[in-house]
Ligand binder design. Sequence first.
Ligand code: SAH
Length: 237
Amino acid sequence: MALTNYIKKYAKEIKIELSPEKISDIDIYIREINAWSKKADLTSIKGDENILVNLFIDAFTLLPYIKDGKKLIDIGTGGGFPGLALKLFYRDTKATLVDSSSKKCVFLKHICDLLKFKDVEVLWTRAEELGRDPLYREKYDFACCRAVSSLSTIAELCIPFVRIGGTFIASKGKESEEIKEAEPVIGILGGKIERIEKVKYQFFSEEKNIIIISKINNTPEKYPRRNGLPQKRPIKI
Ligand code: SAH
């Protein structure tokens, strides 16, 4: 089956509509991932269909929880997931993509040029540093994060960016222990778990949890802590 037909098939399965332009963009993006995978250390996922399902379709499961035309930041975006895939779908999103690997940032800029995306900022930096920058702190309607670290760690890296009234969407596996541990930590950071959506499709290797966290209070100034600490010593309560 041609890749474009796979794209149509999976979009139908998750009930989203993709214009011919979006299908073509995904097709081009997947080819570029394949071409750059080794030199930019993008993903260990091999094969067009696997990349489509585990990176793009997986990112699109977050679409119901965000809105177009808003400011979104993706922390530890890697090859652009979920942030750039969400931007591909919602064209009026103002997206900031953050990664501490320069090679990945070069790849992301290349994709944005190739697909002529506007309003995307690619930042080669660490979330701990950017989260203290007044130009970025509490400035976003949405933050998202996938496959970076435990929920307590990514909460410390992501919640500082979200404005009060905004949402942090964490894309996680099905570990419920991790969520229980993180709940009070999220509270300290100014967030509140609104709901946990279970996503189950037979084509995903495991069940997923989408954790929807609203920002209800300002994040205390001492967070995020210095580089590496959120990962090495997650906040414990
Ligand atoms: N979200 C992508 C990539 C996951 S791999 C996906 O789902 O495919 C984790 C990525 O997070 C790596 O690219 C790594 O460079 C980045 N990363 C880890 N800690 C970070 C930090 N503190 N600040 C910015 N990026 C970070």
